[in-house]
Write a protein that binds this ligand. Structure first.
Ligand SMILES: [Ca+2]
Ligand SMILES: [Ca+2]
Ligand SMILES: [Ca+2]
Ligand SMILES: [Ca+2]
Length: 249
């Protein structure tokens, strides 16, 4: 693991951690690059005096700048993104609606109206499309790895996210960000939709895999390569036969 600061640009608050966490076998650029938020999120703003409404800040922002270390190039797109919530505390998790909005305005509900009244204390949650378990509506959040989940029970619909959340329907698949340019502001919007009870989040993190535009170009199928190889072999054999006839003549 290594950490570094942007070169040739002022350090951008919000991008605290940029570290290569792991390399996937066989893919040169499949490193996971992480960006962490700075500072906690109070849920809702004014808690404990206030117990419902928008978080402070709203949103919490991670600003991703291009070329922070010279090897993080422009021209990359998101290949995969996972979201880590660090130390979530809330006395009534069903009050929580938490949404991620990317730089282009695409948005994903990470968790909404889940966990019932089973209090969370410094609970880590890690969201990925590849995680198979949805957050439960009324039972305790016992796992760390969940897929994004939007429950709608218990009379808390619709989920309301005032501006600057862009209008339009959100989904629950993080793959909506695949193929987008990662640079710009990523916002975590948190609301508390129920009177009484409050909480906080120590921070959050985006774990990306990127691809360059070149890597996204289609490569010939193995069958195509076989046909090309067969064609070349036939051409060489024909030339040899022609060359042989020329010599006989
Ligand atoms: Ca709720
Ligand atoms: Ca909901
Ligand atoms: Ca809700
Ligand atoms: Ca509340």
């Amino acid at each position: 693991m290594r950490s570094y600061r942007p070169r040739g640009r002022p350090f951008i608050v919000g991008v605290l951690v940029q570290s290569i966490l792991m390399l996937s076998a066989g893919m040169a650029s499949a490193a996971t690059i992480s960006f962490a938020s700075a500072g906690p999120i109070i849920i809702p703003s004014g808690a404990p005096g206030a117990t419902a409404g928008l978080s402070d800040p709203y949103p919490s922002t991670i600003n991703i700048v291009s070329n922070p270390a010279g090897d993080f190039r422009t021209g990359v797109v998101v290949w995969d993104v996972k979201v880590f919530l660090d130390n979530l505390t809330h006395t009534w998790p069903d009050d929580l609606d938490i949404m991620l909005v990317g730089p282009t305005g695409k948005k994903v509900m990470l968790m909404s109206d889940t966990g019932g009244g089973n209090a969370l204390t410094d609970k880590d949650l890690y969201f990925a499309d590849s995680h198979t378990t949805a957050l439960p509506e009324n039972t305790a959040l016992t796992k760390t790895n969940y897929k994004p989940t939007d429950r709608d029970g218990n009379g808390n619909t619709p989920d309301t996210f005032p501006a600057p959340v862009p209008t339009g329907a959100e989904g629950t698949l993080l793959s909506v960000f695949n193929g987008v340019n990662p640079f710009g502001n990523w916002g975590l919007f948190v609301t508390d939709d129920g009177a009484s009870d409050y909480g906080r989040l120590d921070g959050w993190r985006l774990d990306f895999s990127f691809r360059t535009i070149e890597e996204l170009q289609p490569v010939p199928e193995p069958g195509t390569m076989l046909l090309i190889g067969t064609g070349l072999a036939a051409m060489v054999a024909r030339r040899r036969r022609i060359a042989g006839r020329t010599q006989l003549n």
